[in-house]
Write a protein that binds this ligand. Structure first.
Ligand SMILES: Nc1ncnc2c1ncn2[C@@H]1O[C@H](COP(=O)(O)OP(=O)(O)OP(=O)(O)O)[C@@H](O)[C@H]1O
Ligand SMILES: [Mg+2]
Length: 404
């Protein structure tokens, strides 16, 4: 029997989408260019073909180090046998945004130049960001144009591994709503390292500690408050959503600061108490060799709501469905609060899902009107999308248009 989805109407172009993507000397690509029309995108091809590399390129259109979180100097194309890249790399995209009744077009790009001295071993540590030909002072400005969310196979162990991964996941969720959160987290980590250095070098200068602890308390409470606010909004969005193929999550935050703020205590009181606790516990922390109190030790606690079971005890597929449910809720909330959908990068997301969940995911992505980028080794997994998505066959570091 013919596949009934094949006659589906094409999805309308997402209100925010890439219409062109060009990568140059990026990872396995010398150059690749994709022309896009705003529907979700499916990239299929064999292992090692360069599918995730393309998602990583798009993830660099947001602040930070992208979906693999590696140093920028790792991103340049290396020919076989080369240990380092000497070419520099670039990612450029044409971004279409539907504003009012018209489409606004911007060219956004990022990359690193080749070292001027070819003998220079150290490539530059920073990357350049350009918007419409103008070099920007920081990557933060990218969030004024587009937000990018992703889910990768590396996150499959999110509920099983330590709290660090969940904190990073949480902080990325917060950054979607409040891009300044990243700066706050970096500033907090910097002063925390400073206090840990004082402790390990056995510095006893009280004034020095007081100055550092004041900043730790200020940034730490601001960081915790942003987390509490995001989780409260996300919980509201999850509660309000209809039941779907993706189970609802029960979310909670562990951490003293988050708990106090969540109970409605004034931020200034929480800050005073945290500062006092740091002061009291200098001797204990000196013994431990690090600061033991603070939002750098908090955790995002997730339960599978229908089963009322902690996420880590759920099956692999259930954990994937929970994570997808969270990302979808976050996407809906973000679309409502900033008035524009993000780009979604879903690496190998279809493989773990049964046919019914896959179809539900595709329907939901098309309903939300997001340009979701999905990868997989097997094109048949995406057949239910039919003409609602555009497909590319990725192999030998080329991307050719194909059909589902
Ligand atoms: N800097 C680099 N220069 C050249 N090649 C690189 C570089 N970094 C990674 N590669 C290569 O890129 C190739 C493609 O990687 P990618 O992760 O995109 O594949 P994929 O299509 O997602 O495969 P899979 O289906 O296994 O996930 C790998 O073979 C890897 O060795
Ligand atoms: Mg891959």
């Amino acid at each position: 029997m013919a596949d009934p989805v094949a006659i589906e109407e094409p999805a309308p172009a997402s209100a925010v989408h890439l219409s062109r993507l060009v990568v140059t000397h990026f990872r396995s690509y010398e150059r690749a260019a994709l022309v896009l029309d705003g529907r979700p995108v499916v990239l299929t091809g064999p292992n090692g073909a360069g599918k995730t590399n393309l998602l990583e390129a798009i993830s660099l259109l947001s602040p930070g180090r992208g979906l693999r979180g590696v140093p920028f100097s790792d991103l340049g194309y290396r020919a076989q046998g080369e240990q380092t890249s000497r070419l520099g790399w670039g990612v450029a995209a044409t971004l279409m945004r539907h504003q009012g009744e018209v489409w606004d077009e911007s060219v956004i790009g990022t990359g690193q130049n080749a070292p001027t001295d070819p003998e220079l071993d150290e490539p530059p540590r920073v990357r350049t960001v350009r918007i419409d030909g103008e070099t920007q002072s920081s990557a933060g400005v990218l969030t004024d144009y587009v937000r990018v969310l992703w889910l990768t196979p590396a996150q499959d162990r999110l509920f099983l591994d330590g709290a660090g991964g969940r904190r990073r996941f949480l902080d990325r969720l917060v950054m979607g709503f409040d891009p300044t959160h990243g700066t706050r987290v970096n500033a907090f980590e910097k002063v925390l390292r400073e206090r840990n250095r004082l402790l390990s070098e056995d510095v006893r200068d009280v004034m020095w500690y007081a100055a550092v602890e004041e900043q730790i308390a200020e940034y730490g409470v601001a960081m915790a408050a942003a987390r509490v606010e995001t989780i409260a909004r996300l919980k509201g969005a999850i509660d309000a959503a209809a039941e779907s193929a993706f189970p609802k999550s029960l979310l909670a935050l562990s951490g003293d600061l988050e708990a106090a703020l969540g109970e409605g205590e004034a931020a200034t009181d929480v800050e005073d108490r945290y500062r006092a606790r740091l002061e009291e516990n200098r001797a204990r922390d000196r013994g431990a060799g690090r600061t033991l109190d603070g939002p750098h030790r908090s955790d995002l606690l997730v339960r599978h709501a229908p089963k009322d079971m902690e996420a880590k005890a759920c099956s692999t597929g259930e954990q994937k469905a929970l994570l997808l449910g969270l990302i979808l809720a976050n996407t809906r909330l973000l679309t409502l609060s900033i008035g524009a959908p993000p780009l979604l990068l879903l690496d190998e997301v279809a493989a773990h899902l049964d046919a019914e969940r896959r179809a539900a995911l595709f329907d939901e992505l098309c309903d939300m009107g997001v340009q979701a980028w999905m990868t997989g080794t097997d094109a048949s997994l995406f057949q239910a999308l039919g003409s609602r998505a555009q497909a590319f066959d990725v192999r030998d570091n080329r991307c050719d248009i194909s059909t589902l």
